[in-house]
Design a protein around this ligand. Sequence first.
Ligand SMILES: [Zn+2]
Length: 271
Amino acid sequence: MPELPEVETIRRGLLPLVKERTIEAVWISPQAPKLVAYPSTELFCRQLQGRRLLDVARRGKFLLFPLDDGRTWIVHLRMTGTLHHSRQGCQLPYLRARFLLDDGSFLCYQDQRKLGRMWLVDDPLPIVGSLGPEPFSPSLTGHPLAEALVKRRAPIKSILLDQRVMAGIGNIYADEALFQAGIHPLRPAASLGEEEVERLLEAVRTVLAEALAHGGTSFRSYVDSSGRPGSHQHYVRVFRREGLPCPQCQTPITRAKVGGRSTYYCANCQS
Ligand SMILES: [Zn+2]
C-alpha cells in the first residue's frame, strides 16, 4: 500500500509535469463505479473537464490537486492504486480512469483491487481535516506525540497506523520505525517513556527519509509518476522478512498479527 514516501514520490514527480496543465477530458471505467466517492461519477467528469491544475499537494496518504475554480480534486490510492503520467496514452490492465491534459499527455489511474477513491470538493477539510500532523512537521516534537499516546492502551504499532495521531504511516514504515527504535510493536502506547517517544519519532523520520531517497517501496503494484517501481524493498530490515536473520543480531525475524495486520519484528532487539 502506498504510504507517505510513495505518495510523496508521486507528488514530486507529477508536479513539474502537470502544474498549470488543463484537464481536457476525463474517462472513468464503467468497471469502477465506486472510484468517485463524491460527487456522482457523471458530475465529477463534467466538473473536472476544463479545469487547470494549480499545484500538486499531499496530506498524509492523500494527493490533492487544487483547481483554478477554487475546488480540489483529491485522490487516495489505498491498496493498489497508481497514478502516473504518460505521453503515449494509458495501458491496460486495471485502467480505471484516464485524464487527457492540454499538452496531449495523460494521467493514468490503474487499480487492481479497486479500493482507491477520488473526490471533487469545494473544501478538502471534511476529507483530510481529521488527519494528525505530518511526521516531518517541526511542531511534532516528542511532547505533542507523547501527549497523544499517554492515554492509549492499544499497541504502539496500532497507534502508529492511526492517521489521526500522525498522518502517512502504514504497515511497512510502522514496522521499520519500531525496529529502528528498538521498541516492541505490542507495547501499550501509554507505556512508552518520553525518551522512547523521542527515539520513535526520530526513527519514523529516518525510515521515511530513507524510503523517499529510494523512490518508495514496491512490494506489489506501486509505481512512481513515470510508471517505475521504487527500490526501498531492497533495504527493509524487518518487513516481510519472517525467519530471515535480524540485520543487527541474526535472530530470525518474528511475524505476528497486531490489530489484524501482519507485523514483523526482532524479538531480541525490540524490548
Ligand atoms: Zn535483532
